[in-house]
Write a protein that binds this ligand. Structure first.
Ligand code: PMP
Length: 441
């Protein structure tokens, strides 16, 4: 069991200087009973060490980007080389062309690409570009999908067939929230109704083709096909937010993944990227059809710029990360370990009578403490937060690091080993047994 006095101390200190003690609210332990989050000081491969020298096996993986494990030597060498040559020029570089070529080769729906600094920026700009192209202002998004923290997409709440935006954050004007229509994921009928009602005002339908933000959730067969067909019929654009999903399940985007039989029927007009394509440094990118992308300055009237955009360090790390992911067997390796881990978790939960819903997609999965399948946000909301909080803490005590959120996925990397998986299976079994025993009393 771990003891973390230095994390406690640093948290008290951080609270004095950094709002909430954290630089992203997802890092706080608010959702798992509060207290000090763990302050890490070093990471290598699949492992973390905290400031009290406890070791952890990492399944948080920085919320997705760390797919080759921490401090991968090939990526570290690329970053070092970039640093030695100067980190920021404010001019174009040859490296940017190389990463753009790699992205286009893997995601053929992107004729043209632009690099930015985060997933938030990428998504935010795809919306501007879609609005410029269609000369319309509304967007449709799906309940529970997170698309970064820009005003327009911080409108996630809403159940029922379709909801005109209620902001999820203070500071988002009602006039902006009113431009967003929210419908349930995996429900073509609701989307149809929304398009019938608002279709000629809708610039774009924004979706995570494979959801990563209320669990890992596959679109039902035919859902993306229907979505694309109905959206185009309404004269709106299809935007895929692939900030989590691109290069996560195979070398390419979610919509080029083999589980989808008719790729042409699910091609987006615009795609937003981030996370993995920066190899652990800040990055975002967006791209799409030539005519649509030509809206962007300096070619067109839609403005978007960035001092740090395309910086050599992020681009070099991204290229190096994709090079690692191109090696044969990389995805199959993560896949095999995730199958072992997910099967064992399910078996342990079953044996202690704890309802656990596991959605696994290749090397990552979500584990909802709830008794029915999770295919949309309403269903995900039935997840038992108390149970998750107990599980989270029991795992942490045994040196297993998960995201402090009941919806967040477990991510495997190319660095996780059979030994890591075996240790995690044992820890999870202990945790679930303890939870069942406490519940029985
Ligand atoms: N879109 C999706 C699907 C995401 O999961 C995230 C971040 N979790 C974002 C956009 C925002 O990306 P960033 O945090 O890099 O701004």
């Amino acid at each position: 069991s771990t003891s973390r006095p230095r994390s406690e101390l640093l948290y008290a200190e951080a609270l004095l200087h950094i709002v909430g003690g954290v630089n992203s609210p997802s890092r706080s332990f608010k959702a798992v009973g509060g207290g000090a989050p763990v302050f890490m000081k070093r990471a290598r491969g699949a492992h973390f060490w905290d400031v009290d020298d406890n070791r952890y096996i990492d399944y948080l993986c920085a919320y997705g980007p760390i797919i080759t494990g921490h401090a991968h030597p090939h990526i570290t060498a690329a970053i070092t080389r970039a640093a030695e040559n100067g980190t920021l020029y404010g001019t174009p570089t040859e490296l940017e062309i190389e990463l753009a070529r790699m992205l286009k080769a893997a995601i053929p729906s992107m004729d043209k690409v632009r690099f930015v600094n985060s997933g938030t920026e990428a998504v935010m700009t795809t919306i501007r570009v879609a609005r410029a192209f269609t000369k319309r202002s509304k967007i449709i998004k799906f309940a529970g999908c997170y698309h970064g923290h820009s005003d327009l997409v911080l409108v996630a709440a809403g159940s029922g067939p379709s909801t005109l935006g209620i902001p999820d954050s203070a500071g988002v004007p009602a006039s902006i929230a009113g431009e967003v229509i929210t419908v349930p994921f995996n429900d073509p009928e609701s989307l149809k109704q929304a398009l019938e009602r608002w279709g000629d005002e809708v610039a774009a339908v924004m979706v995570e083709p494979i959801v990563g933000n209320f669990g890992m959730v596959m679109p039902k067969p035919g859902f993306l096909e229907e979505l694309c067909r109905m959206t185009r019929e309404a004269g709106a654009l299809v935007i895929y937010d692939e900030v989590i999903s691109a290069f996560r399940f195979h070398y390419g985007s979610a919509h080029t993944y083999d589980v989808f039989p008719d790729k042409a029927a699910i091609e987006p007009d615009l795609t937003a990227l981030g996370k993995i394509i920066g190899g652990g440094l800040p990055i975002g990118a967006y791209g799409g059809r030539k005519e649509v992308m030509e809206q962007v300055a300096p070619l067109g009237p839609a403005y978007q710029a960035g001092t740090m955009a395309g910086n050599p360090a992020s681009i070099s790390a991204g290229i190096a990360c994709l090079e690692v992911l191109q090696k044969p067997g990389v995805y199959e390796g993560m896949d095999a370990l995730a199958v072992q881990l997910a099967d064992a978790l399910r078996a342990s939960a079953d044996s202690y009578g704890i309802p656990l819903q596991i959605n696994r997609i290749r090397g990552s999965f979500s584990a909802h403490f709830c008794s029915h399948p999770v295919t949309n946000y309403d269903e995900a909301q039935d997840t038992d937060g108390e149970q998750f909080a107990q599980f989270f803490r029991l795992m942490l005590e045994q040196g297993i690091c998960l995201a402090p959120s009941k919806y967040e996925a477990w991510f495997l990397t190319t660095a996780h080993t059979e030994e890591d998986i075996a240790a995690t299976i044992q820890a999870a079994d202990q945790a679930l047994r303890a939870m069942a025993a406490a519940h029985g009393q």
